[in-house]
Write a protein that binds this ligand. Structure first.
Ligand code: ZNH
Length: 141
């Protein structure tokens, strides 16, 4: 469960990135692919060059899903249910990769919001992104 302070830190930054979902998501993906090249294997059908149409489109989808999750932090299982089915049944992304994307998202937040993304906000986002990731891998078997 999330404290009121954690919820505030999550929703405030989620509201700031959602108007720039494509740009922000593409940057997070680019950071993930550069730092953790093994994650590129899931996207062999994409143009992975920085700022490509594929990265912006996919990045936008991820940021929108995170924005939706940020509005349902007390009910992530329900809010992410169909996305959880998709990751478990179709995508089957190795669970270890979720930490790598979560880290890349946090670095992008730090780069764009150096004042607001302080240690307390980072801890809240780390907890939030781990919770989102656990739901997305919860139906693997
Ligand atoms: Zn995932 C897809 C979200 C993680 C891989 N994804 C996806 C989508 C979304 C997401 C929203 C879209 C869906 C539809 O279309 O319907 N993810 C997400 C999130 C997360 C994730 C929120 C965390 C946080 N993923 C992930 C990872 C990986 C992935 C880590 C690897 C590395 N995904 C993926 C893929 C896909 C997806 C491959 C498909 C793409 C295409 O389009 O093809």
């Amino acid at each position: 469960t999330f404290s009121e302070a954690e919820k505030a830190a999550i929703s405030s930054l989620a509201a700031k990135i959602s108007p720039h979902a494509d740009d922000f998501g593409a940057e997070a993906l680019d950071r993930m692919f550069l730092s953790y090249p093994q994650t590129k294997t899931y996207f062999s059908h994409f143009d992975l060059s920085a700022g490509s149409k594929d990265l912006r489109s996919h990045g936008g989808k991820i940021v929108k899903a995170i924005g939706n999750a940020a509005q349902h932090v007390d009910d992530l299982d329900h809010a992410l249910s169909s996305l959880s089915d998709l990751h478990a049944q179709k995508l089957r992304v190795d669970p270890g990769n979720f930490r790598l994307l979560s880290h890349s998202i946090q670095v992008a937040l730090a780069a764009h919001f150096p004042g607001e993304f302080n240690a307390v906000a980072q801890a809240a986002w780390d907890k939030f992104l781990s919770a989102v990731s656990s739901v997305l891998v919860s139906k693997y078997r």
